[in-house]
Design a protein around this ligand. Structure first.
Ligand code: PMP
Length: 373
Protein backbone atom coordinates (compact mmCIF):
# COMPACT_ATOMS: atom_id res chain seq x y z
CA UNK A 1 0.00 0.00 0.00
CA UNK A 2 1.29 3.46 -0.92
CA UNK A 3 1.58 5.39 2.34
CA UNK A 4 0.64 9.05 2.60
CA UNK A 5 2.25 11.32 5.18
CA UNK A 6 0.14 14.30 6.26
CA UNK A 7 1.72 14.98 9.64
CA UNK A 8 4.55 17.40 8.82
CA UNK A 9 3.93 19.44 11.98
CA UNK A 10 4.86 16.39 14.06
CA UNK A 11 8.07 15.97 12.12
CA UNK A 12 9.28 16.34 8.57
CA UNK A 13 11.40 13.82 6.69
CA UNK A 14 15.15 14.44 6.70
CA UNK A 15 16.15 16.34 3.57
CA UNK A 16 18.60 14.49 1.30
CA UNK A 17 21.23 17.26 1.48
CA UNK A 18 20.87 17.48 5.26
CA UNK A 19 21.36 13.73 5.47
CA UNK A 20 24.47 14.04 3.34
CA UNK A 21 25.84 16.80 5.61
CA UNK A 22 25.09 14.61 8.65
CA UNK A 23 26.81 11.56 7.14
CA UNK A 24 29.85 13.60 6.09
CA UNK A 25 30.15 14.96 9.61
CA UNK A 26 30.14 11.43 11.00
CA UNK A 27 33.32 10.75 9.05
CA UNK A 28 35.23 13.25 11.15
CA UNK A 29 35.74 13.26 14.86
CA UNK A 30 37.11 15.49 17.54
CA UNK A 31 35.75 17.32 20.53
CA UNK A 32 35.15 20.94 19.54
CA UNK A 33 36.45 22.01 22.96
CA UNK A 34 39.83 20.30 22.44
CA UNK A 35 42.77 22.54 21.67
CA UNK A 36 44.45 20.15 19.23
CA UNK A 37 43.86 20.09 15.48
CA UNK A 38 41.05 17.47 15.67
CA UNK A 39 39.06 19.67 18.01
CA UNK A 40 39.87 22.91 16.19
CA UNK A 41 38.70 21.50 12.88
CA UNK A 42 35.29 20.55 14.29
CA UNK A 43 35.01 23.83 16.16
CA UNK A 44 35.66 25.80 12.96
CA UNK A 45 33.00 23.88 11.10
CA UNK A 46 30.48 24.48 13.88
CA UNK A 47 31.32 28.20 13.78
CA UNK A 48 30.85 28.28 10.02
CA UNK A 49 27.52 26.47 10.33
CA UNK A 50 26.44 28.92 13.02
CA UNK A 51 27.38 31.86 10.79
CA UNK A 52 25.41 30.36 7.92
CA UNK A 53 22.35 29.89 10.15
CA UNK A 54 22.70 33.44 11.51
CA UNK A 55 22.99 34.77 7.99
CA UNK A 56 19.88 32.91 6.84
CA UNK A 57 17.94 34.24 9.84
CA UNK A 58 19.49 37.69 9.53
CA UNK A 59 20.71 37.85 13.13
CA UNK A 60 24.09 38.00 14.84
CA UNK A 61 25.74 34.58 15.36
CA UNK A 62 26.49 35.64 18.94
CA UNK A 63 22.81 35.31 19.72
CA UNK A 64 22.61 31.60 18.83
CA UNK A 65 22.98 28.62 21.13
CA UNK A 66 22.40 25.04 20.05
CA UNK A 67 20.15 22.90 22.24
CA UNK A 68 18.70 19.40 22.08
CA UNK A 69 15.44 20.63 20.53
CA UNK A 70 12.61 23.10 20.90
CA UNK A 71 11.61 21.47 24.19
CA UNK A 72 14.97 22.35 25.77
CA UNK A 73 14.95 25.79 24.15
CA UNK A 74 11.53 26.53 25.62
CA UNK A 75 12.52 25.26 29.06
CA UNK A 76 15.74 27.30 28.95
CA UNK A 77 13.93 30.44 27.84
CA UNK A 78 11.26 30.27 30.51
CA UNK A 79 13.75 29.62 33.30
CA UNK A 80 16.29 32.19 32.10
CA UNK A 81 14.90 35.06 34.10
CA UNK A 82 14.63 33.78 37.68
CA UNK A 83 11.77 35.19 39.70
CA UNK A 84 9.95 36.55 36.66
CA UNK A 85 6.17 36.44 36.49
CA UNK A 86 5.47 34.35 33.38
CA UNK A 87 2.58 35.18 31.05
CA UNK A 88 1.78 32.60 28.37
CA UNK A 89 -1.01 32.09 25.90
CA UNK A 90 -3.24 29.02 26.29
CA UNK A 91 -2.09 27.92 22.82
CA UNK A 92 1.45 27.12 23.91
CA UNK A 93 3.13 23.76 23.46
CA UNK A 94 3.43 21.63 26.61
CA UNK A 95 7.16 22.40 26.72
CA UNK A 96 6.05 25.92 27.67
CA UNK A 97 2.94 25.23 29.74
CA UNK A 98 4.60 22.62 31.95
CA UNK A 99 7.79 24.52 32.82
CA UNK A 100 6.82 26.90 35.61
CA UNK A 101 4.34 25.96 38.35
CA UNK A 102 1.78 28.76 38.01
CA UNK A 103 2.02 30.64 34.73
CA UNK A 104 -0.54 33.38 34.13
CA UNK A 105 -2.63 32.61 31.06
CA UNK A 106 -3.22 35.49 28.67
CA UNK A 107 -6.72 36.02 27.39
CA UNK A 108 -7.38 34.97 23.81
CA UNK A 109 -10.32 35.87 21.64
CA UNK A 110 -12.54 33.19 20.04
CA UNK A 111 -10.35 33.21 16.94
CA UNK A 112 -7.35 32.20 19.07
CA UNK A 113 -5.49 35.50 18.97
CA UNK A 114 -4.02 36.99 22.13
CA UNK A 115 -6.24 39.85 23.29
CA UNK A 116 -3.92 42.84 23.12
CA UNK A 117 -5.95 45.04 25.47
CA UNK A 118 -5.88 42.35 28.18
CA UNK A 119 -2.16 41.83 27.55
CA UNK A 120 -1.56 45.50 28.19
CA UNK A 121 -3.68 45.38 31.39
CA UNK A 122 -1.86 42.27 32.63
CA UNK A 123 1.55 43.78 32.03
CA UNK A 124 0.73 47.12 33.57
CA UNK A 125 0.44 45.49 37.02
CA UNK A 126 3.52 45.94 39.14
CA UNK A 127 5.73 42.92 38.72
CA UNK A 128 9.40 43.83 38.89
CA UNK A 129 10.32 41.09 36.41
CA UNK A 130 8.04 39.62 33.82
CA UNK A 131 8.19 37.47 30.74
CA UNK A 132 5.67 36.98 27.95
CA UNK A 133 5.86 33.74 25.98
CA UNK A 134 3.65 33.40 22.91
CA UNK A 135 4.31 31.06 20.01
CA UNK A 136 4.33 32.59 16.57
CA UNK A 137 2.28 29.77 15.03
CA UNK A 138 0.13 27.24 16.86
CA UNK A 139 1.14 23.63 16.19
CA UNK A 140 -2.43 22.26 16.07
CA UNK A 141 -4.20 24.92 14.04
CA UNK A 142 -1.38 26.91 12.42
CA UNK A 143 -2.92 30.14 13.79
CA UNK A 144 -0.40 32.97 13.52
CA UNK A 145 -0.32 35.52 16.32
CA UNK A 146 0.14 39.25 15.84
CA UNK A 147 3.53 38.88 17.40
CA UNK A 148 4.86 42.27 16.34
CA UNK A 149 2.14 43.94 18.47
CA UNK A 150 2.73 41.51 21.35
CA UNK A 151 6.46 42.32 21.28
CA UNK A 152 5.79 46.05 21.11
CA UNK A 153 3.43 45.98 24.11
CA UNK A 154 5.68 43.64 26.11
CA UNK A 155 8.73 45.81 25.59
CA UNK A 156 6.72 48.90 26.52
CA UNK A 157 6.18 47.32 29.96
CA UNK A 158 9.78 46.07 30.18
CA UNK A 159 8.78 42.42 29.92
CA UNK A 160 11.12 39.87 28.38
CA UNK A 161 9.55 38.33 25.29
CA UNK A 162 9.98 34.74 24.22
CA UNK A 163 8.47 33.22 21.14
CA UNK A 164 8.36 29.58 20.12
CA UNK A 165 8.72 29.78 16.37
CA UNK A 166 9.32 26.03 15.86
CA UNK A 167 6.29 25.59 13.58
CA UNK A 168 6.69 28.91 11.80
CA UNK A 169 10.32 28.57 10.75
CA UNK A 170 10.68 28.55 6.95
CA UNK A 171 6.91 28.25 6.47
CA UNK A 172 6.38 31.97 6.88
CA UNK A 173 8.98 34.75 6.99
CA UNK A 174 10.34 35.67 10.43
CA UNK A 175 10.35 39.47 10.41
CA UNK A 176 13.21 41.46 12.01
CA UNK A 177 10.74 42.57 14.72
CA UNK A 178 10.00 38.93 15.59
CA UNK A 179 13.68 38.10 15.75
CA UNK A 180 14.07 41.03 18.10
CA UNK A 181 12.12 39.10 20.72
CA UNK A 182 14.58 38.57 23.53
CA UNK A 183 14.39 34.80 23.07
CA UNK A 184 13.31 32.72 20.06
CA UNK A 185 12.93 28.93 19.96
CA UNK A 186 13.55 26.92 16.79
CA UNK A 187 13.73 23.19 16.05
CA UNK A 188 15.60 21.32 13.31
CA UNK A 189 13.27 18.40 12.67
CA UNK A 190 10.23 20.50 11.77
CA UNK A 191 12.04 21.74 8.65
CA UNK A 192 13.67 18.52 7.48
CA UNK A 193 16.68 18.61 9.76
CA UNK A 194 17.49 15.89 12.29
CA UNK A 195 15.65 15.32 15.56
CA UNK A 196 17.50 16.24 18.72
CA UNK A 197 18.71 19.67 17.66
CA UNK A 198 17.18 23.01 18.48
CA UNK A 199 18.22 26.59 18.61
CA UNK A 200 17.63 29.29 21.12
CA UNK A 201 18.14 32.84 19.97
CA UNK A 202 19.34 34.84 22.96
CA UNK A 203 19.02 38.49 23.82
CA UNK A 204 22.04 40.46 22.65
CA UNK A 205 24.27 41.73 25.46
CA UNK A 206 21.67 41.05 28.12
CA UNK A 207 21.37 39.06 31.27
CA UNK A 208 20.76 35.35 30.61
CA UNK A 209 20.77 32.44 33.07
CA UNK A 210 21.72 29.12 31.45
CA UNK A 211 19.68 26.02 32.20
CA UNK A 212 22.40 23.44 31.60
CA UNK A 213 25.68 23.99 33.39
CA UNK A 214 28.90 22.06 33.21
CA UNK A 215 31.88 22.26 30.92
CA UNK A 216 31.37 25.84 29.81
CA UNK A 217 30.72 25.02 26.14
CA UNK A 218 28.97 27.61 23.98
CA UNK A 219 30.54 30.39 26.06
CA UNK A 220 29.00 28.95 29.21
CA UNK A 221 25.45 29.46 27.92
CA UNK A 222 24.72 25.78 27.26
CA UNK A 223 27.08 23.15 28.59
CA UNK A 224 27.64 19.83 26.86
CA UNK A 225 29.63 18.85 23.78
CA UNK A 226 27.90 20.21 20.70
CA UNK A 227 25.98 17.81 18.44
CA UNK A 228 28.28 18.36 15.48
CA UNK A 229 26.58 16.16 12.82
CA UNK A 230 23.14 17.52 13.68
CA UNK A 231 24.37 21.12 13.55
CA UNK A 232 25.85 20.58 10.08
CA UNK A 233 22.63 18.95 8.91
CA UNK A 234 20.46 21.72 10.38
CA UNK A 235 22.46 24.45 8.60
CA UNK A 236 21.89 22.62 5.31
CA UNK A 237 18.20 21.94 6.00
CA UNK A 238 17.65 25.60 6.84
CA UNK A 239 19.28 26.73 3.60
CA UNK A 240 17.05 24.41 1.56
CA UNK A 241 13.92 25.28 3.53
CA UNK A 242 14.56 29.02 3.16
CA UNK A 243 14.99 28.54 -0.60
CA UNK A 244 11.56 26.90 -0.74
CA UNK A 245 10.10 29.80 1.21
CA UNK A 246 11.76 32.34 -1.10
CA UNK A 247 10.44 30.51 -4.14
CA UNK A 248 6.95 30.70 -2.63
CA UNK A 249 6.49 26.95 -2.78
CA UNK A 250 4.01 27.10 0.09
CA UNK A 251 1.56 29.14 -1.99
CA UNK A 252 0.36 26.10 -3.94
CA UNK A 253 0.21 24.08 -0.70
CA UNK A 254 -2.13 26.58 0.92
CA UNK A 255 -4.39 26.32 -2.16
CA UNK A 256 -4.36 22.53 -1.75
CA UNK A 257 -5.16 22.91 1.96
CA UNK A 258 -8.03 25.34 1.28
CA UNK A 259 -9.45 23.00 -1.32
CA UNK A 260 -9.26 20.08 1.10
CA UNK A 261 -11.21 22.12 3.66
CA UNK A 262 -13.86 23.00 1.07
CA UNK A 263 -14.36 19.32 0.30
CA UNK A 264 -14.59 18.45 3.98
CA UNK A 265 -17.37 20.98 4.49
CA UNK A 266 -19.20 19.56 1.50
CA UNK A 267 -19.09 16.06 2.98
CA UNK A 268 -19.75 17.05 6.58
CA UNK A 269 -21.27 20.55 6.80
CA UNK A 270 -21.28 20.23 10.62
CA UNK A 271 -17.47 20.15 10.80
CA UNK A 272 -15.70 23.10 12.37
CA UNK A 273 -12.52 24.27 10.67
CA UNK A 274 -10.52 25.98 13.37
CA UNK A 275 -9.01 29.34 12.43
CA UNK A 276 -10.45 29.17 8.91
CA UNK A 277 -10.79 32.90 8.46
CA UNK A 278 -7.64 34.09 10.12
CA UNK A 279 -3.96 34.11 9.28
CA UNK A 280 -2.62 30.56 9.47
CA UNK A 281 0.41 28.56 8.40
CA UNK A 282 -0.03 27.56 4.75
CA UNK A 283 0.22 23.84 5.46
CA UNK A 284 -1.96 23.28 8.53
CA UNK A 285 -5.60 22.39 8.88
CA UNK A 286 -7.47 21.47 12.03
CA UNK A 287 -11.09 20.34 11.84
CA UNK A 288 -13.66 18.22 13.57
CA UNK A 289 -15.56 15.19 12.32
CA UNK A 290 -18.74 15.39 14.39
CA UNK A 291 -19.59 12.12 16.07
CA UNK A 292 -16.28 10.35 15.45
CA UNK A 293 -13.66 10.29 18.18
CA UNK A 294 -10.21 11.72 17.20
CA UNK A 295 -8.29 8.58 18.11
CA UNK A 296 -10.67 6.36 16.09
CA UNK A 297 -10.12 8.62 13.10
CA UNK A 298 -6.33 8.48 13.44
CA UNK A 299 -6.43 4.68 13.64
CA UNK A 300 -8.82 4.38 10.68
CA UNK A 301 -6.64 6.70 8.58
CA UNK A 302 -3.57 4.75 9.61
CA UNK A 303 -5.19 1.52 8.46
CA UNK A 304 -5.80 3.22 5.15
CA UNK A 305 -2.09 4.17 5.00
CA UNK A 306 -2.58 7.86 5.83
CA UNK A 307 -0.66 9.45 8.71
CA UNK A 308 -2.49 12.30 10.44
CA UNK A 309 -2.64 13.54 14.00
CA UNK A 310 -5.27 13.86 16.68
CA UNK A 311 -4.75 17.60 17.05
CA UNK A 312 -4.46 17.46 20.80
CA UNK A 313 -1.34 16.24 22.55
CA UNK A 314 -1.06 12.54 22.13
CA UNK A 315 1.50 10.48 23.97
CA UNK A 316 1.63 6.84 24.99
CA UNK A 317 -1.48 6.17 22.96
CA UNK A 318 -3.76 8.43 24.97
CA UNK A 319 -5.25 11.65 23.71
CA UNK A 320 -5.80 14.63 25.98
CA UNK A 321 -8.35 17.18 24.90
CA UNK A 322 -6.58 20.25 23.60
CA UNK A 323 -6.49 22.96 26.24
CA UNK A 324 -5.74 25.54 23.57
CA UNK A 325 -8.81 24.69 21.51
CA UNK A 326 -10.86 24.58 24.70
CA UNK A 327 -9.69 28.09 25.57
CA UNK A 328 -10.88 29.19 22.12
CA UNK A 329 -14.32 28.01 23.16
CA UNK A 330 -14.57 24.98 20.87
CA UNK A 331 -17.56 22.91 22.07
CA UNK A 332 -16.72 19.58 23.75
CA UNK A 333 -18.29 17.44 20.98
CA UNK A 334 -15.98 19.08 18.44
CA UNK A 335 -12.96 18.95 20.80
CA UNK A 336 -13.35 15.18 21.00
CA UNK A 337 -13.41 14.76 17.24
CA UNK A 338 -10.63 17.08 16.15
CA UNK A 339 -8.07 16.06 13.56
CA UNK A 340 -4.90 17.83 12.42
CA UNK A 341 -3.62 17.51 8.90
CA UNK A 342 -0.29 19.15 8.07
CA UNK A 343 1.06 19.15 4.53
CA UNK A 344 4.60 19.35 3.20
CA UNK A 345 5.94 21.08 0.12
CA UNK A 346 5.93 17.71 -1.64
CA UNK A 347 2.27 16.90 -0.85
CA UNK A 348 0.23 16.25 -4.01
CA UNK A 349 -3.38 16.68 -5.06
CA UNK A 350 -3.63 12.88 -5.43
CA UNK A 351 -2.67 12.52 -1.79
CA UNK A 352 -5.22 15.03 -0.52
CA UNK A 353 -7.87 13.46 -2.78
CA UNK A 354 -7.16 10.10 -1.22
CA UNK A 355 -7.45 11.71 2.22
CA UNK A 356 -10.87 13.11 1.29
CA UNK A 357 -12.03 9.74 -0.02
CA UNK A 358 -11.09 8.02 3.24
CA UNK A 359 -12.51 10.91 5.31
CA UNK A 360 -15.84 10.52 3.56
CA UNK A 361 -15.91 6.78 4.23
CA UNK A 362 -15.03 7.16 7.91
CA UNK A 363 -17.62 9.90 8.32
CA UNK A 364 -20.29 7.86 6.60
CA UNK A 365 -19.32 4.87 8.71
CA UNK A 366 -18.49 3.01 5.60
CA UNK A 367 -15.01 1.81 6.31
CA UNK A 368 -14.22 -1.80 5.83
CA UNK A 369 -11.01 -2.31 7.81
CA UNK A 370 -10.26 -5.63 6.11
CA UNK A 371 -9.66 -4.06 2.74
CA UNK A 372 -6.78 -2.06 4.20
CA UNK A 373 -5.03 -4.98 5.83
N1 PMP B 1 7.15 23.74 20.21
C1 PMP B 1 6.26 23.49 19.24
C2 PMP B 1 5.35 24.59 18.79
C3 PMP B 1 6.19 22.22 18.68
O1 PMP B 1 5.30 21.97 17.71
C4 PMP B 1 7.06 21.21 19.13
C5 PMP B 1 7.02 19.81 18.55
N2 PMP B 1 5.74 19.22 18.57
C6 PMP B 1 7.97 21.52 20.16
C7 PMP B 1 7.97 22.80 20.66
C8 PMP B 1 8.94 20.49 20.67
O2 PMP B 1 9.95 20.34 19.70
P1 PMP B 1 11.14 19.29 19.84
O3 PMP B 1 10.60 18.00 19.34
O4 PMP B 1 12.23 19.84 18.96
O5 PMP B 1 11.56 19.24 21.27
Amino acid sequence: MQKIYLDYNATSPLRPKAREAFMNALEEFGNPSSIHSFGRSIKNKILQAKEKIADLLNISPNRIIFTSGATESNNTALLSVPGAKIFISPLEHVSVTEVVPFPSFLKIDPSGLVDLVSLENDLSSAFPRKMVSVSLAHNETGIIQDLESIIYISKKYHAFVHTDAAQALARIPLSPEILESHLVTLSAHKIGGPMGLGLLVLPENQFFTPLINGGGQQKGMRAGSENYPAIMAFAQALEDAMDELKMQQWDSISILRDDLEKQILKISPGSIIVGKNIDRLPNTSCFSMPGVDSMNQVVAFDLAGIAVSAGSSCSSGTVKLSQGLKAMGLPEEHLKSILRVSLGVATTKDETNKFIEVWSRIYNNNLNEKEFL
